[in-house]
Write a protein that binds this ligand. Structure first.
Ligand code: UDP
Length: 323
């Protein structure tokens, strides 16, 4: 098949691209590299089934030739990124979703939208089931992401109903693994980076808020399975193993053998207190459950960050030895 993956140079998009190319498909990655990194896809540049287009999907998209799937993963996804890139985030999830839907329609392609557990906002229902409508503050700092993803879901459903587009929507819960940018500000990357450099671990609030962390390969498996099932309403993909942020910090400290102290910082505005996916729909529909144990996943992620940090310090050394 011929697939267009927007945001394919990002964390999740690049893992999905690896998988699709491994399965023998043709992949065009479209990315403006605002939060993505060309390093994530560099290994594919000489593959004749791979193409990279440096383009912002918030602007009109033009693709030559047939397309079987348009997979829309482009968007800043870390709270730190989308606070800083507020307008870009609103645009990519509204105009970008409109443009990618238009591309799918003109090509007669199927469409896959990466939505988010943030559509539930700071939920008042636990675990979060797809039929829950959420508790979102539209004008709070997270509104730029939450509301634009809600719009993205709405327009995707409208294209399905009005134009009979064959669509899929997933709601992704916290995901981690190699290639999650060291400086992207999310909890797993921050804590591991801080632990490995013995810097203070920045605990927002008292750390009693919870998240449920899924490893990126589990998510990719869920995505591929959903592509094979005709189901148009949103499907949660996440790991139902709930941890407090304090527990996560302690696990990471232990796994890294770090001497970092835990330093409290203010809790960001509208930070969800509890996040826990109900994945019964994905289990039933896709026969999918996350396989990777948190300790195993974090251990692999930590090894990757160790290499990243080594590379960064070598780059710094090389730069400082320049005349
Ligand atoms: N968090 C933290 N320290 C950090 C980064 C994040 O305590 O250095 C907390 C954050 O307040 C939230 C949780 O960890 O409660 C997860 O944050 P993240 O930015 O990864 O994404 P979110 O799940 O909020 O979208």
């Amino acid at each position: 098949m011929k697939l267009v993956v927007t945001g394919g140079a990002g964390f999740i998009g690049s893992h999905l691209t690896d998988r699709l190319l491994n399965e023998g498909h043709h992949v065009t990655v479209m990315d403006n590299l605002l939060t993505g990194n060309i390093k994530n896809i560099a290994r594919h540049m000489s593959n004749t089934r791979f193409q990279f287009l440096h383009h912002d999907v918030s602007n009109h998209i033009h693709i030559v030739g047939d397309v079987d799937w348009v997979i829309h993963f482009a968007s800043p996804a870390s709270p730190v990124d989308y606070l800083q890139l507020s307008i870009e985030t609103l645009k990519v999830n509204s105009l970008g979703t409109h443009n990618t839907l238009g591309l799918a329609r003109v090509k007669g392609a199927k469409y896959f939208l990466a939505s988010t557990s943030e559509v539930y906002g700071d939920p008042e229902v636990h675990p979060q089931v797809e039929t829950y409508w959420g508790n979102v503050n539209p004008i709070g700092p997270r509104g730029v992401y939450d509301e634009s993803k809600r719009f993205a879901e709405a327009i995707t459903m409208a294209y399905h109903h009005k134009h009979d587009l064959d669509t899929r929507i997933i709601r992704i819960f916290n995901c981690y693994g190699p290639r999650l940018r060291l400086d992207d500000g999310r909890v797993v990357s921050n804590f591991i980076g801080q632990a490995l450099t013995n810097e203070p671990i920045t605990m927002y609030g008292d750390g009693t808020q919870t998240r449920s962390f899924q490893y990126v390969s589990d998510l990719v498996e869920g995505i591929v399975r959903l592509m094979g099932v005709k189901h148009h309403e949103p499907v949660n993909l996440g790991n139902p193993q709930e941890k407090t942020v304090m527990e996560l910090a302690q696990i990471i400290k232990e796994l890294t053998g770090s001497k970092s102290e835990i330093r409290n910082k203010p809790l960001p505005v509208d930070d969800p207190k509890r996040r826990l996916p109900d994945i019964s729909k994905a289990k039933r529909l896709l026969d999918w459950t996350p396989k990777k144990d948190l300790i195993e996943g974090l251990t692999e992620t930590i090894s990757w960050y160790r290499e990243e940090l080594k590379g960064l310090s070598q780059e710094k050394q090389a730069a400082s030895s320049l005349p």
